[in-house]
Design a protein. Structure first.
Length: 78
């Protein structure tokens, strides 16, 4: 089973579409994420991240819904 998690783009790094990356916030954690599959991503956007790669850009409402579902899941397993 694979899991992709939404995060918010804080900064963009690089200009080349294939090697561009971003600093992305996941709650209180910030990671550098590859943006090769999401060249349209901009600062402030939410991206869906799997294995260090952004695989889709999400709107804020969809990201909030997914994050709420993940939080509920975490509460149920605690």
């Amino acid at each position: 089973m694979c899991l992709a998690v939404p995060g918010q783009v804080l900064t963009l790094l690089g200009d080349d579409a294939l090697t561009r990356s971003a600093r992305v916030a996941f709650g209180g954690i910030v990671k550098e994420i590859a943006l090769a599959f999401t060249p349209e991503a901009r600062v402030g956007d939410y991206v869906l991240v799997h294995a260090g790669v952004a695989i889709a850009v999400l709107d804020a409402e969809e990201a909030a819904h997914t994050l709420a579902a993940l939080a509920t899941l975490a509460e149920d397993t605690a």
